[in-house]
Design a protein around this ligand. Sequence first.
Ligand code: NI
Length: 184
Amino acid sequence: MFLGPEPCVIITAMAILEIRKYPDEVLKKKALPVEKVTDKIRTLIDDMIETMHAAPGVGLAAPQVGVSKKIIVIDISSKEEQYPLIALINPEIIDTDGLVSSDEGCLSLPKYTTVVKRAERVVVKGIDREGREVVIEADGLLARALQHEMDHLDGLLLIDRISSIKREFFKKRYQKALANAAKE
Ligand code: NI
């Protein structure tokens, strides 16, 4: 039997947020560290997770939903099911090893993929949604996703990681696609 006070049920509906696309200015800004993990930050994390799943994507950084704060979420369980959902605040790379090239895409650059060279293994330190310090050692897809999402916090997109020739080619093609979409 339940003898305590009436349980208080707070229903907060999660929300799917608008994903900002290149060349939105917020994507170029350096994100600010989170000073304190509040309920507002936790709600933002929940909304980011829902937005990432709905897209669908395997990772999302707060600037991609217009919030210039150091928060990332990653869920690669659809590809490698042993990995849990990760939500990381103020992440920092503390060690890297090796280099590997692989194909990448980004929710802020729809329909574009390109090969990006990144560290093969990383050790990342950050804070979880309860405010506890966590250290993640990752390789493979998780290492790549962590580096990709953390780049967003530095105002970098994957097109900033490729050669200038490839970048110019991308810009021309992207502008053309935008112009065509506007005509439809
Ligand atoms: Ni991205």
